[in-house]
Write a protein that binds this ligand. Structure first.
Ligand code: GLA
Length: 740
């Protein structure tokens, strides 16, 4: 299949998706210019792609070439220091510390398939024959620097992946000061920015606002992609809704510091850069060496935000998740953290597992506190030996007991850390990130290991290997509970200290590469104080993520709704926990908590021993409902119908997309939630979507049937329920087919 076309007469390269195209003009054999990204476009105008006005006080492109003004052009990778005064995509200095500004010689190269980026996670093609990659190679003969822009189109999802490689073929080192993974110059058709901001226990709150003159920027300098700003965001037209209009989504396949910059200039041009955060990055590139940026992902849809999310969800499941988990159903999980915190022993855990097995749980995860002297969060990270006072028969003994109950066994680890109060810190004080002879800031009483060091990485790989081979462990919850501060490494030379943030992330990926290759069947669940590092870089290794430490169902409705804009429900760990809730003190019904949690990757996290028989019966029904509808809930199409950010209601549905034969099915689920009651409210009324117009659907609880067109165009009136925090799930069965 051909996804790239080259029009050699007009020097236009086009990447074609199902409904989109990305068109690039190769200008004067020196510069790739951006023509278009969006709805599939066939470019017939050959001469007037760009404005050619002679305007005052602007810099011309090249000496004696007055055919364009630099600031009016749309570049594929924005320059610094050449008369383009927008925020540049990159900044590189040569051996004399002079900025490299070109001119470049441009060559184009197209190959079948897509190469993985060395040392970094990047989208995996299902079948290399299905796509092609475009490389635009820009050569600066003065310094010997090559800058190669790579593009691959995944047509089914209208997804373009991009990254940049810098290669030094000169004789002197060059210094990379800034290296975005993608840059995009657009005419601003009044775009609005949609992004996810938050904090610990309040992750991924949705915000939408028009862009205004100047630069809008958000990112992270915390060492992780952070709770505060997620590295996924979108541009939409003011008219774009959940179901219609254009949406342009972006995401960064990376787990460390990042910067998204959107500059709207005086000509109403919008430059968008996404990449490593330049404030915390610099790279010395020696002769003969290459540097690869992480990958950026761009996804287009003309079917509104739900269309964009659908493309993201499918893309992430099929091209980001590790192959063994792309199609694999996920087990119903029990986690003991909110049930016991640090206060447990083998007997108590086995008691919990007895009940867990009875209520339909399939995977029992032992959380923090099983190792060293870990009875509080002030000690023992790094000392990964079993605490035999709590677990006299070791992990193996416990795991075998759990397995006897036909449950899989999972284990919490926080490999990237050490407690100051640990044997590891005594043995290796040089292993944590700190600035020599200066005090180090503490967060959660712990320090971050310097993963740029090979001895630290080897220690981690060996330790993880020992743990994973010591007992039947089928799941690891990989936690990371503090940001990076005082960032310096005793092993890096002075000129490379600014590389540490990125080298840390590369070190993490190295460890994950090794360990997931050795244990491909182990399910890794990511976590960072809840959802502090929820990004495509982590999901590449760990196909599910603990969405937030906030398990309150009301808060979770917003957190999961925001997260779903880019990330599929199967990636979002969501547990039913105790009431009053441990983070916000709120009491909600078991039913409401269940409906919220089963809209994500479902589990329980509460002391099952404290539940009444009635509650246990209710939970058993809940987990059996989830198991029965798991295929739909984990792999179906998730549609947001009504936003909790706009009203006191939330509505969403799960439906199998008709396009996928393997997942086609004859029913769908509709979830309705009301957060706060008011007097004299009208009955909830919603219009559904993506149904078959002429098919009859029977709503199982009432026995009433509706045509697809009726549900979509007239809408359905749902029964009003009384009280705060009420919810309902409805099963709609296609008439003539069976499902209970
Ligand atoms: C973090 C995680 C929690 C739990 C604790 C254990 O806060 O997000 O789920 O694992 O650590 O210390």
């Amino acid at each position: 299949m051909s996804t790239i076309a080259f029009d050699s007469d007009n020097k236009i390269v086009s990447l074609y998706g199902k409904k989109s195209s990305y068109n690039i003009k190769l200008y004067n054999t020196s510069l790739p210019l951006h023509l278009h990204w969006g709805a599939k476009t066939c470019l017939s105008v050959k001469k007037s792609f760009f404005p050619a006005n002679d305007r005052g006080f602007m810099i011309l492109a090249e000496a004696r070439d007055n055919s364009y003004l630099v600031e009016e052009m749309q570049f594929e990778y924005g320059f610094a220091e050449n008369g383009d005064f927008r925020v540049p995509a990159f900044r590189v200095r040569d051996g004399q510390n002079y900025p490299i500004t070109g001119p470049f010689e441009l060559t184009t190269y197209i190959y079948r398939g897509k190469n993985q980026i060395p040392g970094l996670p990047s989208a995996r093609p299902e079948n290399a024959q299905d796509l092609e990659t475009l490389e635009l190679r820009m050569h600066d003969s003065k310094s010997g620097l090559w800058i190669t822009l790579s593009y691959s189109m995944f047509p089914k999802y209208d997804a373009v992946t991009r990254h940049v490689r810098f290669s030094n073929e000169g004789s002197r080192p060059v210094k990379i000061e800034k290296a975005a993974s993608m840059s995009l110059d657009l005419y601003n058709w009044e775009y609005e920015l949609l992004y996810l901001h938050g904090a610990w226990a309040r992750e991924r709150q949705l915000q939408r606002r028009p862009l205004q003159s100047g630069t809008t920027a958000f990112g992270s300098i915390r060492g992780t992609s952070s709770h505060q700003f997620n590295p996924s965001f979108a541009l939409v037209s003011p008219q774009t809704t959940e179901f219609s209009g254009e949406a342009y989504g972006f995401s960064f396949v990376y787990s460390g510091n990042f910067l998204s910059e959107l500059e709207l200039n005086h000509d109403n041009n919008l430059r968008l850069n996404l990449g490593l955060h330049p404030d915390t990055f610099e790279w010395q590139l020696q002769p003969g060496d290459s540097f690869n940026t992480p990958e950026a992902l761009m996804i287009y849809s003309d079917e509104g935000l739900n269309g964009m999310s659908h493309n993201f969800h499918g893309f992430i499941r099929n091209h980001i998740f590790p192959p063994p988990f792309q199609k694999a159903e996920r087990p119903i999980l029990f986690n003991n953290w909110e049930a016991t915190y640090f206060d447990f022993d083998e007997r108590g855990l086995v008691e919990l597992s007895d009940i867990a097995a009875d209520i339909g749980v399939e995977l029992f995860v032992l959380d923090d506190g099983w190792f060293g002297e870990r009875n509080t969060d002030r000690t023992s990270l790094g000392d990964w030996t079993v605490n035999t006072e709590k677990l006299p028969n070791g992990l193996k003994g416990l795991a075998e007991e759990i397995e006897k109950r036909e449950l899989q066994f999972g284990l919490w680890l926080e490999p990237e850390m050490m407690s100051l109060n640990s044997k590891l810190a005594l043995a290796h004080p040089e292993w944590y990130i700190s600035i020599p002879n200066r005090p180090v800031a503490e967060g959660r009483n712990q320090l971050v290991l310097d993963l740029s060091r090979s001895d630290v990485r080897e220690f981690l790989i060996e330790t993880l290997d020992q743990i994973l081979s010591s007992a039947p462990i089928s799941c690891v919850k990989w936690d990371m509970n503090r940001y990076l501060t005082n960032v310096a490494s005793s092993q890096l030379p002075a000129s490379q200290q600014q590389e540490l943030y990125h080298r840390y992330v590369l070190g993490l990926y190295h460890v994950l590469d090794e360990i997931t290759a050795k244990y491909p069947k182990v399910l890794f669940e990511g976590c960072s104080g809840g959802g502090g590092r929820f990004d495509l870089g982590v999901l590449y290794y760990m196909p599910q993520y603990w969405t937030s430490d906030n398990t309150d169902a009301v808060s979770r409705i917003k957190i999961q709704y925001g997260t779903s804009l880019f990330y599929p429900p199967i990636s979002m760990g969501a547990h039913v926990s105790a009431v009053p809730n441990h983070q916000v003190g709120r009491t909600t019904s078991l039913e409401f908590r269940g409906h919220t949690a089963m809209s994500g990757n479902f589990g329980y996290e509460l002391d099952l021993r404290a539940l009444s028989d009635t509650e246990l019966r209710q939970i058993t029904q809940q987990s059996s409902f989830y198991a029965q509808h798991r295929r739909l809930l984990q792999f179906g199409r998730f549609l947001r119908i009504k936003s909790p950010f706009e009203s006191s209601e939330a509505v969403w549905m799960f439906i199998h997309s008709a396009a996928s034969a393997e997942d086609s099915s004859d029913y769908f689920l509709l979830f309705w939630f009301r957060l706060h009651a008011e007097a004299n409210l009208p009955s909830p009324r919603v219009k559904l979507a993506y149904l078959e117009e002429n098919v009859l659907y029977e709503e199982k609880s009432s026995g009433l049937s509706y045509t697809g067109s009726e549900l979509m165009h007239r809408g359905i009136i749902l029964p009003q329920l009384e009280g705060d925090y009420v919810s309902q799930v409805y099963i709609f069965q296609k008439k003539g087919s069976e499902n209970s």
